[in-house]
Design a protein around this ligand. Structure first.
Ligand SMILES: NC(=O)c1ccc[n+]([C@@H]2O[C@H](COP(=O)([O-])OP(=O)(O)OC[C@H]3O[C@@H](n4cnc5c(N)ncnc54)[C@H](OP(=O)(O)O)[C@@H]3O)[C@@H](O)[C@H]2O)c1
Length: 259
């Protein structure tokens, strides 16, 4: 299926690895020019190299998405480099795992900035460009917005705000801009490695493999996802092939969600 993204421009936040990178690569494979970002310069350079041979161009910017000034710079440099901005994909790092009473007030506020405000700031900065028509916002969240995940109170408690914002924007900015939320279950990225390692430290698993199996448990497809399987859905939602899809929460979870 040709997604007709040739010549479009996309900004994908938190995209030097994992689901953000997979989404950016899927958009570039379909011809979109893409801005990627992350905090670590080496990781970002490695990610930039992964775009070689893809149809779209890539602009790699070092940025911290919890800093609104960095987000302003990301939008400005994207528009300057590619002449506009059609699609925004907001991903982020993952919040700390652990039970409710282990979390401080600061943990909650930091998770809010990382998971919610980073998307809000990005969308506010991007809005004049998206409103030209055919604009899209796709927010990477988690299946935790529909069903709580054990040991992830920050994700369970904070991320739902993004769904509320996306639902609102989908109504307020229609028909010029479509806004959707994508709900990944476990995919093979450094985030899952980190969560398994934190579970190992808390004594929840005796081996790394047991931790990975635990994350695949309850997924009818019998495995965790490949990030490219996620990126393809993000590229589809950005494309005109999804022109009647807005305000939706789309699971990419191998069938894990029951609701
Ligand atoms: N993978 C999964 O199975 C899964 C499932 C459900 C939900 N999620 C959620 O989906 C999102 C993406 O997950 P992932 O698996 O792709 O994570 P990941 O593999 O850990 O990658 C996170 C990316 O975000 C960047 N990043 C983190 N904090 C940043 C910041 N403050 N500013 C700019 N860039 C930042 C990282 O680069 P730097 O560290 O260099 O900045 C990296 O490029 C996370 O919110 C995660 O919790 C993931």
């Amino acid at each position: 299926m040709d997604l007709h993204l040739d010549g479009d421009t996309a900004l994908v936040t938190a995209s030097s690895a994992g689901l953000g990178l997979a989404s950016a690569k899927a958009l570039a494979r379909e011809g979109a020019n893409v801005t990627i970002c992350g905090r670590d310069a080496d990781r970002l350079a490695e990610a930039e190299a992964a775009f070689e041979g893809l149809d779209g161009d890539v602009l790699a910017r070092q940025a911290d998405i919890t800093d609104p000034d960095d987000i302003t710079d990301l939008v400005d440099t994207t528009v300057e480099a590619f002449g506009g901005l059609d699609h925004v994909v907001t991903s982020a790092g993952g919040p700390r795992s652990g039970p409710f009473l282990d979390m401080t007030e600061r943990d909650f506020y930091e998770a809010y900035d990382l998971l919610v405000m980073s998307a809000v700031w990005t969308l506010q900065e991007a809005s004049p460009h998206l409103a030209d028509g055919g604009g899209t916002w796709t927010a990477v969240t988690s299946t935790s917005v529909q069903e709580a995940i054990d040991g992830l109170v920050l994700s369970n408690g904070v991320r739902r705000a993004v769904v509320g914002v996306a639902k609102t924007v989908a109504r307020e900015w229609a028909p010029d801009v479509r806004a959707n939320v994508v709900l990944p279950a476990a995919h093979e990225t450094s985030r899952i490695e980190e969560l398994v390692e934190q579970g190992l430290e808390r004594g929840e698993y005796s081996t790394y493999e047991e931790g990975l199996e635990d994350w695949a448990d309850g997924i009818p497809m019998g495995r965790i996802g490949d990030p490219d399987e996620f990126g393809d859905v993000v590229a589809f939602l950005a494309s005109d092939r999804a022109s009647f899809v807005t305000g939706a929460s789309v699971p990419v979870d191998g069938g894990r969600l029951r609701s």
